[in-house]
Design a protein around this ligand. Structure first.
Ligand SMILES: *Cc1c(COP(=O)(O)O)cnc(C)c1O
Length: 793
C-alpha cells in the first residue's frame, strides 16, 4: 500500500489548513479537492524525485507537443495510485461525496481534440510502462474555449482553469530559461505536472512553459500615468502563453502562433541541452545516444533549426557535425493530409519573429537542394515540389521529414496513403524513414475510470491484468456465447445509458429514453468528419416518420458533441443546423419520442468520460482517406459500442480485429474516391436521384429551416452543390454516401432489436480492443523509434 489511510487523512486536513486556514468541516468541495490533491503530491514526491534521478542515467524520450488535452487529474490519479477506495472512505467519514469533490476540478483543456488527447494518453502509458519519457508543452492560461449554445448557435467564452491556480502543476523557478526572438527576449518559466502511473511507483513529468517578461513594469511610464505603456512589455511577453489556438486541423499562420511554437521548443531544447551537459559534458556527438525527441505534428518542427542554432552558435560545433546530431535526434509524427492543416510559414513573418532561425532554415533548405540535385540531377519539377522553401513559404512538413530519422503515420491506412500518395516522393527518397504507429488510448481512463461497472465484470472474468496488458482482453471472447454474461453486459450498458440520461436531463433539460438506441457522434466539428451527413439522415428519417406514422423503428437517440473553430463558418452553420433539427424533432408530438436529438454543450474530456460508455453506436463517418486515425472510435469500441463507419483511419484496423460482421461499414472507400477524383464527381446526380435527399438538402434554402438571416445554411447548400473558389462541390462526398448511410442505419435499427445478438457483437468488439491500447503504441515507439527501455525505481 502506498499510504496508510489515517496518515493520508491527516495530510488532507493539514493541506486544507495550510492552503485555506480552514478545518475540513468548514471547507467547500473545491478546497477539499485542492487539499486532497496536495496531499497526494506530498505522498508521491519522493518517488518523483527518485524517478527523475533514475532516468538521468540513461536514454530519455521527449514528447514535444503544442497540445496536451489532459482533462481532470484527480480521479485518474486516485485510480493509478490505487487509493481510490481509501479516499472514498476518508471523504465519507467526513460527510463528503467523492464525486462532488472530483467535479470541483476544472478540465485541463490544453488541446483541441484528438492530437492533444493522444499526447495525454501517451503520458499515461509512458509512466505505466516505466519508460523514461517526458512531455514538453505550453501552460496556456486559457485552454480550449467553453462552448455555450444560445438559440442554437455556438458562443465561445474563455475557459478559466487557472482562476484559482492549478494544484497539479508546480513551478520550478530555478529551471527558468530565456527565449530570444528577433525583437525581444522572454523568460520561460517551467511548471511540472507529475504523471502518475498505474501499478508502478514511477512518477514521470510533463513540463509546461509559461511566458513571463524579463522586466517588471516600466516604472517611468507608470509614474507618467501611461499605464498601457507601463505594462506593454509584460503583456506582450505573457501573451505568448495566454491562449491555445482553437483550430483543429487548420493552420492560421499567425505571428503569435509562431512565437508560441518557437517559445516552447526553444525552452525545451535549452532545458534538454543544459541537462545533457550536466550529465555528460560537451561531447554532443553522444546526444542521440541519450536523447530522442518526438515532434507531435509540425507544430514543434521549428525545434530542428533551433537545435542547429544551439549546437553551432552556442556550443560552437561545425554545421556538418551538428546536422548529423540533429538528424539522429528528431522523429516526426504526421497527423493529417488535409491541405489546410499543413503548416507553411510566410518567410517575411518567420524572418521577423526569428531572424537567426530563418537563416538556419534557409541553409538547411539549400543543403537539401544539393541532396536532391545529387540524387535527381536536373529534375527541376521535383525540386520545386519538394523544396523546403517554396516561393515565399516555408514548408514545415518537408523540414520535418528531412530533419528527422523517422516519419510515422498514425494508422495503417494513413501510413499507406502517406507512402504511396501524399508523400510518395519523400518515401522514394527516404524509404527507411517511414513507418506506422497506429494510435491508441489508455484503458485506465477510457475503461477503468469511466466505466467501473464494466471494468468489474471484466476483472471478475479474466482477472485484472488487462489494466496494464490490454492484450488480455482477448480472453473475454470465449464468453461471447454465454447468455448470462451478455445479459450482465447489457444491464451495465443500460445503467451507463441511464447515467448519461440523468446528466443530460440535469444539464440540458432534455429527457431521453435509455431503451432507445444511443447513436453518438462526438468529435471536433469539421466538414471531413461529416456531421452534416448524419443530420441530413436524421432529417430525412423525421420526414419519413411524418409521412408514414406507421413506420416501425426502434426508438433512437442521436447524440452530438462538437466544438467548432470560432471562425469556421460552415462548422458553425452545422452546429446551428443540428440544434434546429433537434428542436424541431424533440418538440413534434407526432414523433412521439421515436427519435430524439441531443447536442451536448461543451464537449470535453470529462463529458467524453460519460458519453463513451453509454453508446450503442459509434459514428465514424469521415470521408475515406481523410481521418488519419481517430481515437474516439477506439474509446467507443472498448466500451462495447458498434462502429458505424467508413473504411477510414483506424476503423480499418478495428474491423480487422473485431470482424466486419460485428460492425457496420458503409460508403465510398479510398479507391472509390480516387476514381471519382480522376473521372469527375457530379453531386447533382445523387442529389436528384436519391429518394428524399433533395428534400433535406433543399430544406437549407427553401424556408423550411431558419438560420436567422446569417446565411449559414445557404453557404452549406452552396458548398455541396456549387463549390467555392478553393474547392469543387461536395468535396467530402456527403451526397454520394447518403444512400449507403441510410441503408446501413436501417439495418442497424432492425438488428438492434435482437438484444442478445447485439450484445454478443458488442462483446466481441470489447474482446478485440487489445490492440488499441496506447500501451501498445508507446511500446512500439519506445522500441522502434526512441530505443529506450523501462527504468523502474
Ligand atoms: C478522444 C477525443 C477526441 C478525438 O476524437 P476523434 O473522434 O478521434 O476525432 C476529441 N476530443 C476529446 C475530448 C476526446 O476525448
Amino acid at each position: 500500500m502506498l499510504i496508510e489511510k489515517n496518515l493520508l487523512k491527516g495530510r488532507i486536513e493539514k493541506q486544507v489548513e495550510i492552503l485555506f486556514n480552514k478545518s475540513i468541516d468548514e471547507a467547500n468541495s473545491f478546497e477539499i479537492y485542492q487539499g486532497l490533491s496536495k496531499a497526494l503530491i506530498e505522498t508521491i514526491s519522493k518517488n518523483w524525485l527518485e524517478t527523475r534521478k533514475k532516468y538521468e542515467s540513461g536514454k530519455q524520450a521527449f514528447y514535444f507537443s503544442a497540445e496536451f488535452l489532459m482533462g481532470r487529474a484527480l480521479g485518474n490519479n486516485l485510480i493509478n495510485l490505487g487509493v481510490e477506495k481509501e479516499v472514498k472512505e476518508i471523504l465519507k467519514e467526513l460527510g463528503l461525496d467523492i464525486n462532488i469533490v472530483e467535479d470541483a476540478e476544472e478540465d485541463a483543456g490544453l488541446g483541441n481534440g484528438g492530437l492533444g488527447r493522444l499526447a495525454a494518453c501517451f503520458m499515461d502509458s509512458l509512466v505505466t510502462l516505466d519508460l523514461p519519457g517526458q512531455g514538453y508543452g505550453i501552460k496556456y492560461k486559457n485552454g480550449i474555449f467553453k462552448q455555450k449554445i444560445v438559440n442554437g448557435f455556438q458562443i465561445e467564452t474563455p475557459e478559466t482553469w487557472l482562476k484559482y491556480g492549478d494544484v497539479w502543476t508546480i513551478c520550478r523557478p530555478f529551471d527558468e530559461v530565456i527565449v530570444e526572438f528577433g525583437d525581444s527576449k522572454v523568460r520561460a518559466v517551467p511548471y511540472d505536472m507529475p504523471i502518475i502511473g498505474y501499478g508502478t511507483e514511477n512518477v514521470n513529468t510533463l513540463r509546461l512553459w509559461e511566458a513571463k517578461s524579463i522586466n517588471e513594469l516600466d516604472l517611468k511610464a507608470f509614474n507618467d500615468q501611461n499605464y498601457d505603456k507601463a505594462l506593454k512589455e509584460v503583456n506582450e511577453a505573457e501573451d505568448i502563453s495566454r491562449i491555445l489556438y482553437p483550430n483543429d486541423s487548420t493552420n492560421e499562420g499567425k505571428k503569435l502562433r509562431l512565437k508560441q511554437q518557437y517559445f516552447f521548443t526553444s525552452a525545451s531544447l535549452q532545458d534538454i541541452v543544459r541537462k545533457f551537459k550536466r550529465l555528460h559534458g560537451t561531447d554532443f556527438g553522444k546526444l542521440p545516444e541519450f536523447v530522442s525527441i518526438q515532434l507531435n505534428d509540425t507544430h514543434p518542427v521549428i525545434a530542428i533549426p533551433e537545435l542547429m542554432r544551439i549546437l553551432c552558435d552556442v556550443e560552437g560545433l561545425l554545421w556538418k557535425d551538428a546536422w548529423k546530431i540533429v538528424e539522429k535526434t528528431f522523429a516526426y509524427t504526421n497527423h493529417t493530409i488535409l491541405s489546410e492543416a499543413l503548416e507553411k510559414w510566410w518567410i517575411g513573418l518567420y524572418e521577423e519573429v526569428v531572424p537567426r532561425i530563418f537563416q538556419i532554415t534557409e541553409r538547411i533548405h539549400f543543403q537539401f537542394l544539393d541532396l536532391l540535385e545529387e540524387k535527381y540531377p536536373n529534375d527541376r519539377a521535383k525540386r520545386e515540389r519538394m523544396s523546403i522553401i517554396q516561393g515565399d513559404l516555408i514548408h514545415m512538413a518537408w523540414l520535418a521529414i528531412y530533419g528527422s530519422f523517422a516519419t510515422n503515420g498514425v494508422a495503417a491506412l494513413h501510413t499507406d496513403i502517406l507512402k504511396h500518395i501524399e508523400l510518395k516522393e519523400w518515401y522514394e527518397l527516404f524509404p527507411e524513414r517511414f513507418l506506422n504507429k497506429t494510435n491508441g488510448i489508455t484503458q485506465r481512463r477510457w475503461l477503468l475510470q469511466c466505466n467501473p461497472e464494466l471494468s468489474n465484470l471484466i476483472t471478475e472474468l479474466i482477472g485484472d491484468r488487462w489494466v496494464t496488458d490490454f492484450s488480455q482482453m482477448k480472453n473475454l471472447e470465449k464468453y461471447s456465447a454465454d447468455k448470462s454474461i451478455i445479459e450482465n453486459f447489457l444491464n451495465i450498458k443500460l445503467e451507463k445509458k441511464k447515467q448519461l440520461a440523468k446528466y443530460i436531463e440535469e444539464t440540458q433539460g432534455i429527457k431521453i429514453n435509455p431503451d432507445s438506441i444511443f447513436d453518438i457522434q462526438i468529435k471536433r466539428l469539421h466538414e471531413y468528419k461529416r456531421q452534416l451527413l448524419n443530420i441530413f439522415h436524421i432529417l430525412d428519417l423525421y420526414y419519413r416518420l411524418k409521412e408514414n406514422p406507421n413506420l416501425e423503428i426502434h426508438p433512437v437517440t442521436y447524440i452530438f458533441g462538437a466544438k467548432s473553430a470560432p471562425g469556421y463558418m460552415r462548422a458553425k452553420g452545422t452546429i446551428r443546423l443540428i440544434n434546429e433539427v433537434a428542436n424541431l424533432i424533440n418538440n413534434d408530438k407526432d414523433i412521439k419520442d421515436m427519435i430524439k436529438v441531443v447536442f451536448i454543450e461543451n464537449y470535453n474530456v470529462s463529458a467524453a468520460q460519460l458519453l463513451f460508455p453509454a453508446a450503442d453506436i459509434s459514428e465514424q463517418i469521415s470521408t475515406a482517406g481523410k481521418e488519419a486515425s481517430g481515437t474516439g472510435n477506439m474509446k467507443f469500441m472498448i466500451n462495447g459500442a458498434l462502429t458505424f463507419g467508413t473504411l477510414d483511419g483506424a476503423n480499418v484496423e478495428i474491423v480487422e480485429e473485431a470482424g466486419i460482421e460485428n460492425n457496420y461499414i458503409f460508403g465510398l472507400k479510398v479507391e472509390d474516391i480516387e476514381k471519382f477524383k480522376k473521372e469527375g464527381y457530379n453531386p447533382n446526380i445523387p442529389y436528384r436521384n436519391t429518394v428524399g435527399l433533395k428534400r433535406v438538402v433543399d430544406a437549407l434554402i427553401d424556408g423550411t429551416l431558419n438560420d436567422e438571416g446569417t446565411g449559414l445554411y445557404k453557404e452549406l447548400y452552396d458548398s455541396l452543390l456549387k463549390g467555392a473558389s478553393w474547392h469543387k462541390p461536395d468535396q467530402y462526398f456527403v451526397l454520394q454516401d447518403f444512400e449507403a448511410f441510410r441503408e446501413t442505419q436501417e439495418r442497424i435499427n432492425k438488428e438492434f432489436s435482437n438484444r442478445e445478438n447485439w450484445g454478443k457483437k458488442a462483446w466481441i468488439n470489447i474482446s478485440n480492443g487489445g490492440k488499441f491500447s496506447s500501451d501498445r503504441t508507446i511500446d512500439e515507439y519506445a522500441k522502434e523509434i526512441w530505443k529506450i527501455a523501462p527504468q523502474r525505481i
